[in-house]
Design a protein around this ligand. Structure first.
Ligand SMILES: Cc1ncc(COP(=O)(O)O)c(C=O)c1O
Length: 408
């Protein structure tokens, strides 16, 4: 490996809610561990890996020119995005005018909803559901209608197209928040699935907000197909949202973007997102993106995906082989695994509320599935060095699923 994904960083006191945000009483963060256990950050979706060296050198270079006045996004910024989408996502028709800055993907989701819906409108999502969608829709007066994903006989999460259609018709739905790859289920949708979903959305005039923030994190050779590339209808009826933040661990720098091909739709979203005057890029974040979406950044991403594939496989196989009563689908993209612990809880007479605490007590800071509309599940972000993944599961063996239950 050319890059370091093995060092366990000490992020304490260094602006990281993953390590300093435990036990804040918000209901979002896990509880702090018992004395004697350090915490292994497996909850909030960031990584215990330093970002790519090409990102830090781009920022350093810019800081060495100590002028930070008003500026316009540069040609290099747009070109970096266009090249990244061409080389990593096989997109050949993206040009500068299709790209628009967004502070965050979730903010972009809200701007898109404000264009496509009236307040109080119903919006389709799949469940389990990324907690951020729930939060921003509730905060902005949109009602989520959940269509459950279902596990097929091979243990793969699939869309239930009949259920989606029924809910669209019954609830007069004309907008969907489509998560691709899917957080928290870890699915990288196949072409036939995307085609069926888009045919369904076209049939019922459902405009698509496609959150593709995870589209660079692909495990075991899975390929991401951008929603807009599925067919001509999807090309013109989709607002797609991207960011370097998941891939390069840059959430704290702020900086995302949308891709919209349809001129009317793009003008509406650009207008909507401009209204607050808060949606402006930081110059260091622009240079971070240029450093990220570079050849060296691509090499780093390839290695990252190898590391995460190994971590995710270890976690999946460990759960499958050692924890009767717990089921988990193999993650194809993202770095999160969703483990269904309901049967184990039922058998051991442990409530779904209490169960996550058993891991938190010993520093396994997985995320409570209740936040993702699936109580009794836990979401495990394996974006830590491999040795910490192994350590987390050894604690689970011993203190949660194994012989030491008595201590709770
Ligand atoms: C699917 C998805 N969308 C959006 C976000 C957050 O994006 P942002 O911080 O750019 O709003 C996350 C973060 O985990 C995510 O998983």
């Amino acid at each position: 490996m050319r890059f370091d994904f093995n060092t366990i960083p000490d992020r304490r006191g260094r602006d990281a809610i993953a390590v300093d945000g435990l036990g804040d009483g918000s209901g979002f963060a896990p509880a702090a561990p018992m004395d004697g256990f350090d915490s292994i950050p497996l909850w909030v979706a960031d990584m215990s890996f330093a970002t790519a060296p090409s990102v830090t050198s781009a920022i350093h270079e810019r800081v060495d020119h100590p002028f930070f006045g008003y500026y316009e996004a540069s040609d290099a910024y747009y070109q970096a995005i266009i090249d990244w989408h061409r080389t990593r996502k096989d997109v050949s028709d993206l040009v500068r005018e299709h790209i628009g800055y967004e502070n965050g993907v979730l903010g972009g989701v809200v701007s898109a909803l404000n264009v496509l819906c009236s307040k109080g409108d119903n919006v389709l999502v799949h469940s389990p559901t990324y907690v951020g969608f729930t939060a921003v829709c509730n905060a902005n007066g949109y009602k989520l209608v959940h269509s459950p994903l279902v596990l097929d006989v091979e243990g793969v999460w699939r869309m239930d197209f009949d259920d989606m259609e029924r809910r669209i018709i019954e609830n007069h739905i004309h907008a969907v928040i489509f998560c691709s790859p899917h957080n928290p289920c870890g699915r990288v949708w196949e072409r036939w699935e995307l085609e069926r979903a888009m045919e369904l959305f076209e049939r019922h005039d459902v405009w698509v907000i496609s959150d593709e923030i995870w589209s660079d994190i692909l495990l075991d050779g899975h390929k991401h197909i951008p929603t807009q590339q599925v067919n001509d209808w999807a090309h013109e009826h989709t607002i797609a949202l991207y960011a370097p933040s998941k891939t390069f661990n840059l959430a704290g720098l702020i900086g995302s973007y949308h891709v919209i091909y349809n001129t009317w739709l793009r003008d509406r979203v650009d207008k909507e997102q401009s209204l607050s005057h808060y949606n402006s890029q930081n110059v260091l974040s622009m240079h971070a993106l240029i450093g990220a979406y570079s050849e060296e950044g691509a090499a780093w991403t390839d290695e990252l995906c190898q590391v995460l594939s190994k971590n995710a496989s270890y976690a999946y196989e460990h759960i499958r082989d050692k924890y009767p009563g717990v089921t988990c689908a193999r993650a194809e993209g993202t770095y999160v695994l969703l483990a269904d612990c309901r049967a184990w809880c039922d058998e051991h007479d442990v409530s779904y509320d209490e169960f996550p605490h058993r891991g938190w007590a010993v520093g396994v800071t997985w995320h409570d599935g209740a936040l993702f509309e699936c109580p009794g599940f836990v979401r495990i972000a394996v974006s830590v060095p491999y040795s910490q993944v192994v350590e987390a599961f050894s604690r689970l063996d011993k203190f949660v699923f194994g012989v030491s239950e008595a201590r709770f």
